[in-house]
Design a protein around this ligand. Sequence first.
Ligand SMILES: Nc1ncnc2c1ncn2[C@@H]1O[C@H](COP(=O)(O)OP(=O)(O)OP(=O)(O)O)[C@@H](O)[C@H]1O
Length: 499
Amino acid sequence: MRYLEAQHFRVLIAVEMGMKNHELVPLALISAIAGIHRGAVSKALSDLIKHKLVIYERGKRYDGYRINYLGYDFLALRALCSRGIVGSVGNQIGVGKESDVYVGGDPELNDLVLKLHRLGRISFRKLKEKRDYHKKRQYCSWLYLSRIAALKEFTFLKVLHDKKFPVPKPIDVCRHVIVMELIDGFPLSRIEHVPDPAQLYDQLVSLIVRLGRYGLIHGDFNEFNLMLNSKGEPMIIDFPQMVSIDHPNAEFYFNRDVICIRDYFRRKFNYESEEYPKFSDVERKYNLDVEVEASGFTKQMAKDLNKAYDEGDFEAHIDEESETSSYEDEEAHEASEYDEEELEEETANAQLEDAKLRGSDRFNSWLQDAHEQLEQLQISEDGNFLPLKEMDEDRMEKYKAAIEETEQKLTQIEKLDDETNENEQVENDDREDVRSRGTRVSVYSNGSTISKTDIKKRLVLERNKAKKQRIKVKGKQSAVRRERKQNLSVIKEYSDWDL
Ligand SMILES: Nc1ncnc2c1ncn2[C@@H]1O[C@H](COP(=O)(O)OP(=O)(O)OP(=O)(O)O)[C@@H](O)[C@H]1O
């Protein structure tokens, strides 16, 4: 990150924003969003590609850039750095199916955990096989899903932490990254021996019941999502499938959580208890599920995320019904995130407009000058432009005579043409006559054995043949031509710019 300048990040944000409705973002669009001249954008993009933050791809219809996970990480980390939340990133301490967990530090070097969501990483790999433009949903799935997965986790962490549940303290969330407190301990799955399994079992089971009382069911309460801290107390570190107790399958999830813990204790610590909670015993007293919804993680987001998890398809949420509402949710979320950047962009855009305006003024005055100069010019005998005032009388005479001569020649040619047309008419009439009488008669000929109409036909045929034979370039070659065309249009567009 040290080697990147503010402009690089600006371009990176422009690519990210462009990806809201493009799988591959064209250079022109990046330049327009970033409000930076295309040449500078192109330079910044080549640096970003070198650092593997952006990928350039040739699509079916157009070429463009897309941000990858590393680029997205950089954007989130930079924002967290500038907010004074993160000061350093350390080793990777965990890798899940859908996240990478790193230990980090704040600017005062206190330990932190950075959890980078990677939801849709599988479908992200398959992007190459997919279409250029998002079909129904107007944004990129992995960006959206990773972002809402992080938002969901952060929301739950916050709500649970406020209610004194044993969870890591949430610090901040940005894009797909959550910053939270580091738990000094080990995941339950890696602990071979506990001093008092009965006590731990009781603690865990009462956690399930307590969550139920607050209107929530964990849904994935297992040894991988629980940690024991240095004091031997259980901590819940992950809740990807937390649902409301009003969920239609709430009882199933509740029982599954209880069975999971009972089974694990039997297998691992050889402990089995006769006592275990039943769903009907849980008395709901609080509405944490409602609080979660009120905190910004909407029902639609939850629906999209659950679809992705349940169907294992990271584009499962792409259906027409959810399209508008979710998109609006995301828009609203992004609007708040881009506030500062937008301000900067507006200034840059204003400058751009100003430059364009200045450019067009210059162009207009140049055009006027050119018109004036053109009016003063005449073509000399040898085909060169010559100012009128420099033309002497003698030359002027010759010039006029040449024009007259050309005009005479033209009238002669016209006359000849008329005559030929008349002859053709006679010839056609004669042919008709022969056909009707069935005898041969001598016909008028203009000296050529092939009629003029035949020649015309042949010429048209040959021209068409030549057209057909024109080589059609495909694949990479066509991309090269397309690029050249684009470059030419860029040069044309910016030809009047002050560089
Ligand atoms: N706050 C934390 N403090 C210390 N370690 C943590 C913390 N959060 C996560 N970890 C470590 O990172 C690992 C992965 O975390 P987590 O289970 O949250 O990831 P995940 O992607 O949701 O995993 P999966 O989806 O495979 O269950 C944990 O096993 C744990 O070792």
